[in-house]
Design a protein around this ligand. Structure first.
Ligand SMILES: [Zn+2]
Length: 136
């Protein structure tokens, strides 16, 4: 990990590495003359950069291309299957159906409960009132 004396100089050095303009280069050079921390970090980063640049370019193997093509073909075939293509529509339709069924069930249930209560009330009303029989 590289460390810098401040966030300001971390940004400056990053700037210098990515897009070295003469002004930034001079600023950084002036700074690392006196700042040991930033000089060390810049050295590390430049060293790492050199190592990476010297790595040989790696080409993907033949297997990679074959596997990639096979996967692309799988995906294309899957996409063309109607069940996959319309899956989202099925999903929405299914959700709406289930939702409306739940609402309908609640409605029917409340109707049944209401009817039962009405019947009970009617039965109670139509019952002949028992006369009170007083003991002699
Ligand atoms: Zn510094």
């Amino acid at each position: 990990m590289s460390a810098f004396c401040s966030e300001f100089w971390e940004k400056k050095v990053g700037n210098f590495l990515n897009n070295p303009s003469l002004a930034v280069k001079n600023e950084v050079q002036d700074h690392i003359r006196t700042c040991l921390i930033c000089r060390q970090s810049l050295d590390d980063m430049l060293g790492m950069r050199r190592i990476l640049k010297n790595l040989p370019d790696a080409e993907p193997g033949e297997e990679f291309e074959t596997n990639l093509n096979r996967r692309i073909q799988f995906i294309r075939r899957d996409r063309n299957r109607p069940i996959i293509r319309y899956f989202e529509y099925f999903n929405i339709l299914f959700t709406v159906l289930i939702g409306s069924m739940i609402v309908l069930l609640f409605f029917l249930f409340s109707q049944v409960v209401e009817n039962i209560e009405k019947k009970k009330q009617e039965e109670e009303r139509s019952k002949p009132k028992q006369e009170l029989i007083l003991p002699d």
